[in-house]
Design a protein around this ligand. Structure first.
Ligand code: GAL
Length: 679
């Protein structure tokens, strides 16, 4: 028989850029291809982004002290799905944990061919030499390279596939089996021209604090607002819908709000709870970080406020315009707009020259019917290296209140629980000697103290300031965030606009639901839709389905909703995502419940939350790359009988169902429904 495959050339030197490892002259002959030549950026993994020839942290790959030039750096749990169409011959390479994890993490590497395991590394730990494999893949159609967590969660599981190459025949090329991105379909009908009252149905205020609430309503203008049962001390501006004044006595007040225009009128019950608790529903607004990061200016804040009004977002309940890091003077920046005296001689915090007129800025934002937030840290320096609040907590809280701020995000950077022991030490200056050795911010008492201290400072102020903790979930903050006065607390590290980051964070919230309730919410970080980019905003890398998943999940989770994009570049799709009032109502529901994971079958998950009106908001999610049917049974939801199901994104009744509901859900997508006993 004629020899079919002839190796014409075997090259042992790898070309640094080319994908072809050993070329052939004969179409039937073999070709060896580095798998790092594929675009791996959309590979699914638990954290970060897969990279060619670099580790997941974007370093040169190193396993057990040995450098590798070529390979794919991933993070568990990751799956690299390859299509070979039966043209593969041999797959070879090595796998191991990257040394950058500094002795942390554990991974099991696995390779499957047409669904069957053909190789596994067994449990690998940091420092283990890379394990080598050479596998026969003749006739294989689909090959999957998996890096799975070693049974202790996926933290620090930086998993490298190195020297990874495949020999192919028949001019075949390995392809990544990742379907193309779907079209951006707008699902939600435009708001009606007749009035609809949106936003929070319950509002908390402390006795004596200025009352600030604007009735959010869609519909043609002019619109006239009125209210029945407004307690004395409060007045409503009939043109703007703004309720202002003061309540002196604690108590609960039931009010009926009305909005009227030429086409009709809307009524809605509104509860005012005057007491110690504020922030009864998750904060909704915008924050500068995910868009501008260190480039934020007073002008960009004003532009965001303008856009919040002009886009109509304000009419759906979006309220806060929050300045993140970089309004203060920087430690040592060369940028003159970040320089200046850090505090006045009497210790008052001074804004940097970009925010020369802070009071003017606050008044400007308030003048638009919006509220405004500010940012600091308990340490001497913020995460970006600007002045923090250490030793000046009360003074800073007073200053925020004097300027008129309504919200404080209190981060963690540069704080060290060991500072707690040195606060009264006159000879110790944390600004010049912050290097007390202490690792981890999860100290059971000292890690909480700085947050409690700022809460107490805020509580003394004559205005209500929402308090948002940001220490990334250390020390199970959800268990004590309420105790230190937090209205919300970040549960994770920073989000970015990739599927792995967003879905990893979102779906990891399972189990935290018992810690959320009116006035205190888990915060899985800000929204990454629209133009985002930390100083260099570009359209989000989340696909349309992924963006629906993001907003649905954050709504179900009763998470603070803080838009992170350039508000001056809102496109129609993004605006549609942020203005579906039925979806927002899931987030703002007065019960303040956070959805829990009801079922999980592989990549299919159903999450549900109880709503005040007796219905359930249910998200049917598909975390896979292919469309799937997702089913929820009444018994899993602990409901019975005939139920009406309404599609919330399409704002459309789907009919009456008995026993279960089933939907086709697109890749990385969601069907979000409301299920209520049929009338
Ligand atoms: C991070 C925080 C971000 C942002 C940043 C500012 O610690 O998680 O959301 O606030 O600091 O430097």
């Amino acid at each position: 028989m004629k020899h079919l495959f002839k190796k014409v050339l075997v090259c042992t030197i790898c070309f640094s850029l080319g994908s072809v490892f050993a070329a052939s002259q004969d179409t039937a002959s073999e070709e060896t291809i580095w798998l790092s030549s594929l675009d791996v950026s959309r590979v699914e993994q638990g954290w970060g982004q897969a990279r060619s020839n670099r580790s997941v942290d974007n370093r040169r790959m190193m396993i057990a002290g040995q450098r590798y030039q070529n390979g794919i750096g991933t993070h568990a749990n990751s799956s690299i799905p390859l299509l070979l169409d039966g043209n593969g011959v041999e797959l070879s390479g090595r796998a191991g944990l990257d040394d950058e994890t500094r002795n942390r993490g554990s991974v099991v590497f696995q390779i499957t061919a047409d669904g069957k395991e053909i190789w596994t590394s067994g449990l690998m730990r940091p420092g283990d030499a890379a394990k080598e494999f050479t596998l026969d893949v003749k006739g294989v159609k689909a090959l999957t390279l998996l890096a799975l967590d070693g049974g202790d969660g996926f933290d620090y599981d930086h998993a490298d596939w190195v020297d990874l190459k495949i020999t192919m025949i028949n001019n075949g090329k390995p392809k990544l089996d990742i379907p193309p991105i779907e079209d951006a379909v707008i699902l939600t009908p435009k708001p009606a021209a007749s009035p609809r009252i949106n936003g929070a149905k319950v509002f908390g205020v402390r006795p004596g604090s200025p009352f600030l609430f604007r009735i959010a309503a869609t519909g043609d203008r002019p619109m006239t607002f009125s209210a029945d049962g407004l307690p004395s001390g409060l007045t409503l501006d009939s043109e703007t819908g703004q309720i202002t004044g003061k309540l002196e006595k604690a108590g609960e007040y039931k009010v009926m709000l009305h909005a009227k225009n030429a086409l009709g009128r809307a009524d809605r019950e509104f509860r005012i709870i005057c007491g110690s608790q504020i922030g009864l529903t998750p904060a909704m607004g915008w924050n500068s970080w995910n868009c501008f990061a260190s480039a934020v200016t007073a002008e960009s804040i004003k532009a965001a406020a303008d856009a919040m009004v002009k886009s109509g977002l304000i009419d759906h309940g979006w309220t806060y315009i929050n300045i993140d890091d970089f309004w203060q003077v920087h430690r040592d920046s060369k940028d003159p707009t970040l320089q200046g005296p850090k505090r006045s001689p009497d210790g008052r915090i001074l804004p940097n020259p970009r925010f020369a007129d802070m009071k003017g800025l606050v008044d400007y934002v308030h003048g638009k019917g919006l509220k405004i937030g500010i940012y600091s840290v308990p340490g001497p320096w913020t995460c970006g290296g600007c002045v923090g609040s250490f030793g000046h907590e009360l003074q800073d809280a007073q200053q925020y209140a004097e300027w008129g701020f309504d919200y404080l995000k209190y981060d963690w950077c540069s704080y060290n629980p060991a500072f707690e022991d040195r606060r009264d030490d006159k000879d110790w200056n944390p600004y010049t000697s912050p290097n007390i050795q202490y690792s981890g911010g999860d100290h059971p008492i000292k890690g909480r103290a700085p947050f409690k201290r700022m809460h107490e400072a805020l509580a003394q102020q004559p205005r209500d300031i929402i308090y948002s903790l940001c220490q990334y979930g250390m020390g199970n903050v959800w268990e004590w965030g309420t105790e230190v006065g937090g209205n919300s607390w970040r549960t994770t590290q920073d989000i970015n606009d990739s599927w792995n980051s967003m879905s990893g964070i979102g779906f990891r919230q399972a189990g935290l639901e018992k810690h959320a309730g009116p006035g205190h919410f888990n915060d899985p970080d800000m929204l990454v839709v629209g133009h985002v980019g930390w100083g260099n905003p570009k359209p989000t890398k989340l696909t349309p389905n992924e963006q629906y998943t993001h907003i649905s999940l954050w709504s179900l989770l009763a998470s603070p909703l803080l838009i992170g994009c350039d508000m001056t570049k809102l496109d129609e799709f993004t605006l549609n995502l942020l203005t579906n009032d039925e979806v927002i109502e899931v987030n703002q529901d007065p019960l303040g419940r956070q959805a829990g994971r009801i079922t999980q079958e592989g990549t299919r998950e159903v999450w549900a939350k109880q709503m005040e009106d007796g219905s359930m908001a249910v998200g049917l999610f598909n975390r896979s790359q292919r469309e799937q049917t997702v089913t929820i049974t009444w018994s899993d939801l602990e409901i019975t009988g005939q139920q009406s199901v309404r599609d919330l994104w399409r704002q459309k009744d789907l009919g009456k169902f008995t026993g279960q509901f089933q939907a086709q859900v697109g890749r990385h997508g969601v069907v979000l429904v409301k299920i209520a006993p049929a009338k």
